[in-house]
Design a protein around this ligand. Structure first.
Ligand SMILES: [Zn+2]
Length: 292
């Protein structure tokens, strides 16, 4: 707890009050407070809750536990590697090796940010990295803060984000909704957004099994890419595609993890469970720079 409060205290200038926009300070190692007395408690686990309202989402504990298990199985490893390599190329091209700040917007249970930070730290040429993970789902952040202690975790709403202007060198936005106006505001000049979206073949085996004949078996990310390029100068796009064989238990976790199963019938889900299945991972990595 003390270590978490210290980490937050060192980096308190990153934050601004989500209610009044005022600067914030860590008080008595127990809360983050603005000058107008708006107060946000640090939890026992060491995350800070900056939501002004309670939020109910379908992203619950079972979903995040499933996603953590799937991450642990290595399902996302090639994707994490692609994101890390992209950041390494970028960081190596920077002249000054000053610490960089990295925000994972919509980090869920934190597996991706933790893995990316760990991989970056393996390279001696990398600068120090201050990592911040935020998600509106408290269950995800509770889990994240238990597993990784060298990162700052916060529960917050992306549409009312608790960060001061131009604080981050990079924003990761992995399989999670965007708020481009806020991304632009909190990114430093010349900073970059790395957005990962599903591509057309992502989990196509599941799509086929769950939705054949319903019109939902085909997925396109055209409108997402279009929206991205309206807000950011897209400097690069990279497709990351591979296949993974999941055993019966991992298939169960995958079904729990993916919103794809939310609209499917129990019968359709039933026919998938209990079998080893090859599934396709297909992602698009969009890389955009904040020139403003
Ligand atoms: Zn305030």
């Amino acid at each position: 707890m003390l270590k978490k409060a210290q980490l937050l205290s060192i980096h308190e200038k990153i934050f601004r009050c989500p209610i009044c926009g005022g600067p914030m300070k860590v008080k008595q190692a127990a809360s983050l407070e603005c000058e107008n007395g708006h107060c946000y408690d640090l939890s026992r686990q060491g995350y800070v809750n900056l939501l002004n309202h309670s939020s109910r989402t379908r992203y619950d504990k079972a979903l995040f536990e499933a996603r953590k298990a799937i991450s642990g199985s290595g399902f996302f490893d090639p994707l994490v590697k692609a994101v890390t390599n992209r950041l390494i190329r970028e960081l190596n091209s920077r002249e000054a090796k000053k610490p960089i700040r990295l925000l994972d917007a919509g980090c869920g249970e934190g597996s991706h940010l933790s893995a990316i930070k760990r991989k970056l730290a393996e390279h001696s040429s990398m600068p120090d990295i201050v990592g911040v993970g935020m998600d509106i789902a408290k269950e995800g952040i509770v889990m994240a803060s238990k597993t990784s202690s060298d990162l700052i975790w916060c529960v917050a709403d992306l549409s009312q984000s608790p960060f001061a202007d131009r604080q981050f060198d990079y924003i990761l936005n992995i399989l999670s909704p965007s708020n481009y106006a806020e991304f632009r505001r909190v990114l430093a000049r010349g900073g970059a957004l790395v957005k990962i979206i599903p591509n057309s073949l992502y989990l196509q085996e599941l799509r086929t099994l769950l939705y054949t004949g319903t019109g939902k078996e085909v997925y396109s990310n055209d409108s997402t890419i279009e929206l991205f390029s309206r807000h950011f100068e897209q400097v690069d796009a990279e497709r990351v595609q591979y296949c993974v064989v999941l055993d019966a238990d991992q298939m169960k976790q995958l079904i729990r993890m993916t919103p794809l199963s939310w609209d499917a019938s129990p019968e359709a889900i039933g026919q998938i469970l209990g079998e080893e299945t090859e599934v396709t991972a297909d992602f698009m990595l969009l890389y955009g720079r904040n020139e403003g």
